[in-house]
Design a protein around this ligand. Structure first.
Ligand SMILES: C[C@H](O)[C@H](O)[C@H]1CNC2=NC(N)=NC(=O)C2=N1
Length: 101
């Protein structure tokens, strides 16, 4: 069973990630990214989609033009688990050329 992280475990994991924060009022983490244009943003989403499918762990995300807002939580566990942290690290890697955020 993929157990939810404690507050301390989640805080420690966030410290090692790039630009991720807790979501107000929900056991989830989020990051907002900006790219040069839509093509870069969608290329990022394509790379992450392939990683997510391989991990069988999928993001909740919103895209408008060069912006991608990503929220991670494990639906089966009802909160943030190590799977979300692992996917967040993969997202940070895929976003290495993001402009800001
Ligand atoms: C059956 C279950 O939906 C699958 O095992 C996967 C698919 N991707 C998933 N993604 C996320 N974020 N949480 C899940 O619980 C989850 N479950």
């Amino acid at each position: 069973m993929n157990a939810k992280l404690s507050n301390e475990q989640r805080a420690a994991a966030l410290a090692e990630l790039d630009g991720w924060t807790d979501v107000e009022g929900r056991d989830a983490i989020r990051r907002s990214l900006r790219f040069g244009d839509f093509t870069e943003a969608f290329g990022f989403m394509t790379r992450v989609a392939l990683v997510a499918e391989r991990m069988n762990h999928h993001p909740e995300w919103f895209n408008v033009w060069n912006r991608v807002d990503v929220t991670l939580s494990t639906h089966d566990a009802g909160g943030v688990t190590q799977k979300d942290i692992d996917l967040a690290h993969a997202i940070d890697g895929a976003a290495s050329h993001a402009r800001t955020g």
